[in-house]
Each structure stands twice: as C-alpha cells, then as structure tokens.
Design a protein around this ligand. Structure first.
Ligand SMILES: [Mn+2]
Length: 406
C-alpha cells in the first residue's frame, strides 16, 4: 500500500483512491496452433502446453491472461486445430473462472475468422479482438479495444494492423477514461526495431516491417507484445515493453527456453516479470553441428540415440548441390530411430567462406529496389557468387512478364 507524500505527519491516509492497485497478468503469444512443421503434426506439444498453462493459472490465479496474437499458425486452421484451441481455452477458463482472457489476432490469424465467435467466447470471460472497425461516420470503434479487468486494470487490445493510427486514439480515450489511474496494459502484435529475432525469418512471415517503440508513447504501465518468439524486455522501455515469446519452438533455430511471463503491474511502477518455462522433451537436432560432406554427416547421424524423440536437420557441406538421393539416404539411416527427418541444410563450400551481410533490408527498402537488383543480391547471399548473365536476362524477362500480367 502506498500513501500520498503528505500523509506521514499530518493526514490520516485512508481514502480508497490512495491505495495503489497491483494487477497480475499472464502474458503469452505466438501459440501457432496447427503448426505444420515439415509436414509433422505438433499438436501433442500444444496439448502439453495447455496442460502446463492451466497449472500455472491455477497456481498464480492471475487477474488476466493476455494472448498477444498468432493463436493459430494459418488463417484457415483445421477442425482439429480449432478443437485443440477451444478445449484449451475452456480448460484455462475453468482453471480460474474469475480471470479475464484477452486475445488479439496476429498476422498468422484470420482476423475475421478469429473474431467471428467472439460473442460466444464472452460467456467464458474471453474477449477476442480480431480487427479494427469503423462506424458509419468513418470513425474507429474504440470500445471493443478497451477491456476493463474487474475494475482493477484497463487493457487496450490492438490486433495486428497495417496502420497504427489506432494507438494515439486509444491513448486519448484511456487518458480520459482512466480517472482512477488504474494500471494500463497495452497489447499489440508487431515487430519492434531493436528486438532480438533469433531463429525467425521475419520477412517471410506476413511481411511486417519494424516499428519504433516510440509509436506507443509513454501512457502504458506494461506493453504486452507478440510476434517475436524470443522472450525479452525491450531496451529503452524502462522495463515496460516486452515480448513473452512463443511457448513452443516454432522454428529450428529458436534454441532458447520457451516460456510464459507472469507480470505484476502497478500504475507508475516498473512491472515485475517472472518467466515460467514451458517444458518439452521434444528435441531439435542439427547433425552434425558444423556441416560435413554427406557421407560423414550420415555417419554422425548413425550415432544418434534411437530413443530420442524429436526432429532432425542434417547439416551437409556440398560443392554445388546435394546429391539427388540424399533425402532417401537420410531416411534409410533414420528408419529404426524415433526422431524424424525435417530437411537437409545445404552449406556450400564457397558460401561458408563468405561473410553473411548484416545490412538487412526492411519491407520499404525491398519495395523500392528494382527486382533484378534484389534478385542478384539474394543470389549472391545464397550461392556466394554473382548471378551469370543468362540467368539475369531470364529473370528480367520473367519479371517484365509478371508486371504485365499484374
Ligand atoms: Mn506473428
């Protein structure tokens, strides 16, 4: 309990508004239910995640569960994926019926599909915010983005959007509504510049550009972000802006512990964050650690314990291309082993000597570049040599035809 600065000597400090409210939330995102991982089903891992999250919720009894986007892996999740989500959400609600659950759509979700069942979900204290809507006067409807958590906290729920104009509108609305100075939690799904994107190829996932943290201003007590799978509190946010990360490993190179964040938020204070690890015994093996020619790589693969459950990527060093029967040879080695083959990671000899460039292009840069310039750049990155003239000519011709067709 905190009292006003005047209270210690002359005043009896008891008015209710002087009590500073702490709200406990569990922040999670990027579930990617229905994930198609090299055509393997990962639903068992998702089931185990929900079971662990239910235990965490029963134990922590949070005021709110915040799901910052990418509930599903695809915009058209299978019936099995939807069943898994529905069962998981109901179990979470039952684990702590007083808990408010807020879900926003991420770039992987179908924003309309996710929101289509929102009225049913309200019966289980779940708010689903899929997209930004305008009324007949063209004004953004702010009400559905502002959620009151039991009179203890205000949540401003921003789904994945192309235009962040809504942020300022929500800020003004919250500042005018929040007379009691309740803690404010903002949730959003996007890439913030300066964040660690280890293991993720972000450009291929919905083409989201990076935004500066500054677009969110300074009116929230906690910014619950989704989209980046590596858990991290953003530098320069005073400990207030955070990616909780994905609960399971979505890509091979996300080789850090996965978790949900338990966050205690108080108005005007730095939030207290605890990461609670989501455990999994599924292994992700890259064999060998440093690429070797196929025969030697297969020899290393033979040494893998046959009981290990998990996914395998073979790291193969080649002069130009992997032999056509390479996949078949890997499968032959793995036929009596429990782990499953995903792909061959081809490392070309010329390439291994070339430094990877660090001048990563943003979406705007890519749009501004002539396609052939971009193609040559990509070719050089992939193969370590320049594209030859014949191929370049062919590419220019194909690009011109594609432009005509558009
Ligand atoms: Mn995402």
């Amino acid at each position: 309990m905190q009292f006003s600065a005047f209270s210690s000597t002359y005043f009896v400090p008891l008015p209710i508004f002087a009590i500073s409210l702490m709200v406990k939330i569990i922040h999670t995102s990027d579930w990617h239910i229905g994930l198609d991982f090299y055509q393997y089903d990962r639903s068992e891992e998702h089931r185990r995640f929900f079971a662990q999250l239910c235990d965490i919720v029963s134990e922590e009894k949070p005021d709110a569960l915040i799901v910052s986007g990418d509930v599903y892996h695809t915009a058209t999740p299978s019936a099995a994926a939807q069943k898994l989500y529905t069962g998981g959400m109901i179990a979470l609600h039952k684990a702590c019926p007083s808990m408010t659950i807020v879900v926003v759509a991420g770039n992987h979700d179908s924003y309309t599909r996710l929101e289509s069942t929102s009225e049913v979900w309200r019966l289980a204290n779940v708010h689903v915010v899929g997209f930004v809507e305008r009324n007949d006067n063209g004004e953004i409807c702010l009400d559905k983005h502002l959620i009151d958590v039991g009179g203890k906290c205000l949540v401003a729920a921003i789904p994945y959007v192309n235009n962040l104009q809504i942020v300022d509108l929500l800020k003004d609305e919250v500042l005018s509504r929040n007379k009691a100075r309740l803690p404010v939690v903002v949730m959003a799904h996007l890439a913030v510049s300066g964040s660690v994107t280890k293991g993720q190829e972000l450009l291929t996932q919905g083409g989201l550009d990076y935004e500066s943290l500054d677009v969110f201003g300074n009116w929230y007590d906690y910014l619950a972000l989704g989209h980046i799978h590596c858990p991290q509190t953003l530098k320069g946010s005073g400990g207030k802006a955070r990616y909780c990360g994905s609960p399971i490993r979505v890509n091979f190179d996300e080789d850090y512990p996965h978790s949900v964040s338990v966050v205690e938020v108080e108005a005007g204070q730095a939030p207290l964050v605890r990461e609670v690890e989501i455990k999994s015994d599924v292994r992700f093996l890259t064999v060998p650690e440093k690429a070797l020619p196929l025969d030697e790589a297969l020899e290393e693969l033979r040494k893998v314990d046959s009981d290990i459950q998990g996914f395998v990527r073979l790291n193969v060093l080649v002069k130009d291309y992997a032999p056509f029967d390479a996949d078949a040879r890997v499968l032959e080695v793995l036929k009596d082993k429990a782990c499953r083959f995903c792909r061959i990671n081809v490392v070309r000899e010329v390439m291994s000597g070339v430094e990877k460039r660090d001048d990563v292009l943003g979406v705007q840069d890519i749009k501004a570049l002539n396609p052939i310039v971009l193609a040559k750049r990509y070719y050089r990155e992939q193969y370590g040599t320049d594209m030859d003239d014949d191929l370049a000519e062919l590419f220019i011709e194909a690009a011109a035809r594609a432009e005509q067709a558009e």
